[in-house]
Design a protein. Sequence first.
Lengths: 640, 257
Amino acid sequence: MTIKLDARIPAGPLAEKWDKHRFEMKLVNPANKRKYHVIVVGSGLAGASASASLSELGYRVSCFCFQDSPRRAHSIAAQGGINAAKNYQNDGDSVWRLFYDTVKGGDFRAREANVYRLAQVSVNIIDQCVAQGVPFAREYGGLLATRSFGGAQVSRSFYARGQTGQQLLLGAYQALEKEIVRGSVTMYERHEMLDVVIVDGRARGIITRDLVTGEVAAHVADSVVLGTGGYANVFYLSTNAKGCNVTATYRAYKKGAAFGNPCFTQIHPTCIPVAGEHQSKLTLMSESLRNDGRVWVPKKKEDCGKKPGEIAEQDRDYYLERKYPSFGNLSPRDIASRAAKEVCDEGRGVGPGGRGVYLDFADPIARLGEQTIRERYGNLFEMYQRITDEDPYKQPMRIYPAAHYAMGGLWVDYNLMSTIPGLHVVGEANFSDHGANRLGASALMQGLADGYFVLPATIGDYLATAKPDTLTADHPAFREALDGVQARTARLLAVGGKRSADSFHKELGHIMWEKCGMARNAAGLRQALEAIPKLREEFWRDIAIPGTGAELNQSLEKAGRVADFLEFAELVCTDALHREESCGGHFREEHQTADGEAKRDDANFAYVAAWEYAGDGRAPVLNKEPLEFENIHLSTRSYK
Amino acid sequence: MKVVLHVWRQAGPSAAGSLVDYEANDISPEMSFLEMLDVVNERLIVRGEVPIAFDHDCREGICGSCGMMINGAAHGPMKLTTACQLHMRSFKDGDEIWIEPWRAKAFPVIKDLVVDRGAFDRIIQAGGFVSAPTGSAQDGNAIPIAKQAADEAMDAAACIGCGACVAACPNASASLFTAAKITHLGDLPQGQPERMRRALAMVHQMDIETFGSCTLFGECQEACPKGISIDTIARMNWDYLFAAATERQGAEVGGTG
């Protein structure tokens, strides 16, 4: 073990840690801030909000994104809402309750101190976004409206129709653009980060490829921030955008950053089912639909072929309401997903292939009227109809779980710094706040908490303490990293095989979904760990990339990302195999209760698994950060 | 089903382009339009040919990356739909489909169907924001906002910045895009302090970027996948005229900050 995991959690009572820590951290004098240059990779909620906020503080910032504009990052696709402990509804919400719900929802595999801080700053996020002009939904009295999400019994999710992520991202994007025109942020669109550069043990820059010209270049900075999102595309079919990839975080892992809990992946219960073999991605139907929609399947297998309207009320199994009466249709995502899989495995699934359950709005439409439902979910219903050619106002939606989010990510300490000094990680790219299962409407909260409020406070402490010296891209470490990236690109182009990157990606995704998806077991994971290296070998023998490296070449971009997924997938399976318990999104079939619920093992697995790269072809090294629960009693999660 | 494609192929920004024909066989009506292009590209790659480059990302109709002229219509024949959400069931077996990039001086072609829409970002930079530095906000409920105003702001804020409005406009005007942002922020109390400056600067930046002028053809509204109304353009014109008439002499104008 070479990495020393020090979470640097401040001492003192939970509720005072963040305040106390902010006071104790060193500050950078305003006149000195402009001397420091920070690189932010990624322009989603976390990256854009961090870039804008750091620039407002006075730092010089360079922000990189692979899309043609920072406004297109995948945060934009988040639909339902953003949590905040405002208690505007007077329904008993509080910072403590949001903290408790999040730790419990994460099946007790998150760090208490981080989650408490997240709940604390959640209230500032809403204020900040309103001030930017984010058009949140409002009541007739002009005050902010909220709705409920899974895993909570209070109404604390603020929303902008079904486009909450879009509106929050546009708020952060506009703040970023404001700083770009002021000259303190330099924006690099259509650039992909292909390596991080370490000098004297500290992150000092990155290597990028300009996706339009193919130029590979080195960028020097005093600190590097990764806000590069999650890796759900390791499953190929997921709700993530096509471009989402693991490359930035995986390259950082190979340079020494520990990877935390890679097996904690979230399968979202409400997605439009797969329609055919050419499916390129899956589309989410917001969890907020479960506020009103009721999930059911036929009680009898024989009814599965019937039209839903022909199945009488007493022949329907509203299985979430039956199994989890207190939370019902608003059970957390991992539980709702597994319950859907279970009824489909029993042969009671509906639609093509029997892989689907109904999400029915007949009751709420009868109770509230079609107009109210249209106001709440109109755009989601339209999207559903466009994709499936079925009208959800007239017949129930068909939904099925799909890979959606990565709770795992690069390990970070309380200051959001990875095990590489100077390399900070924000948003979905880090592992920190959601434990083994993320609650709905918490991703937007965490991305913006990290970017607007946490990182801007903690990065100053690093810079003031480390006082990085001046450096140029002539340094041998930059030359070496640059040569490495160019050599890899040349190697990819030289294979001259017959198979496309997508075909390899699909095959990998199939292995991962079958063996490391909603339910996992040791035998299946071992099979995956044998199959993945073989597929990787074939990839490097047979990948076909037409065109050159000196132009816009989307085949080359994909191949580079798939090559990383082919290595990273092994890490996910290794982690899943080692974690001999079921918790949250990680369900090991060997570890379940008599009624099929997840069986956690707190005595042996109440820790963060932080994997350390040990060289190609060598098993990664497991480091453990024990999770200490001083404020919440470890209990069996129950939503019954 | 089988369709015949005529696709604009252009190797680079300064290369000459032309329409190239492709036969797309074994297409299922359930495929999205972009999945149909994926299938065509897979076959090209296996044959060692360079696949058709096109921008796309979320494939849920929200990121605004994809955009192409399909049979002369921005995003194709279905109203209120981006290219990624268009499905092949909108076409018939044997159809011929012409696919071209957005055509506008301000959106130069990078390759095939990929264009540079950086001009949109620069219009936002000119004034499409509220200056509210992180940490300076008051409580979110401190200023009540009438539901109607919030809803109208949201209607305009739904713009995804895809560029269909520009591509559909005979003048290649960016008025709908710009007006949507001016309306979104102008409808809200938070947008008032910078409202006049915003209108002047954003309209000025449109001119700098060589977009054409608006002559109210209304094609933009027809093409907009998010249903942004040209009423927003009336709003922009009102704000611009009022701002121009009341502008203080010597006040800064323009997008260069």
